[in-house]
Write a protein that binds this ligand. Structure first.
Ligand SMILES: [Zn+2]
Ligand SMILES: [Zn+2]
Length: 131
């Protein structure tokens, strides 16, 4: 069981499936939404995720039709990303919100074609281009 929370602590959640990978997304929307060079997510099936506190504080922004980005309405912490199509059964969780220690997970970078020009992608993790 994994636990996570937003910056202010109003929203907490748990994940009851193994978290074994991280995806670093460099698309423009993730960069803007997170105010960072890229956003880091892990993907879990929806039935393995639930809010344990503060679900009423979770706001949703539709960044594209069918694409939802949730965040804490108090502190602005990004929580999730999901797309009705083509991933109706999956949630991407902003991995930086996890409180349970996590080590040795597989990592990959995606949408590196839109990588911020000022960011030097220099780590040794695999790079995968999304077409
Ligand atoms: Zn918060
Ligand atoms: Zn993205």
């Amino acid at each position: 069981m994994y636990h996570g929370s937003c910056l202010c602590g109003a929203v907490t959640y748990q994940v009851d499936a193994p978290i074994d990978s991280a995806t670093h997304c460099h698309c423009t929307q993730c960069r803007k939404g997170h105010g960072a060079a890229f956003a880091t997510y892990t993907n879990v099936r929806r039935e393995h995720f639930r809010f344990t506190q503060g679900e009423e504080s979770v706001a949703v922004f539709n960044s594209s039709p069918g694409v939802s980005r949730t965040f804490c309405r108090h502190c602005g912490t990004n929580l999730q990303w999901f797309a009705e199509h083509p991933y109706p059964n999956w949630l991407s969780i902003a991995l930086g919100t996890l409180d349970t220690p996590l080590t040795n997970i597989a990592q990959k970078h995606i949408n590196t074609d839109s990588c911020a020009a000022w960011y030097r992608l220099s780590d040794s993790t695999s790079v995968e281009m999304r077409d």
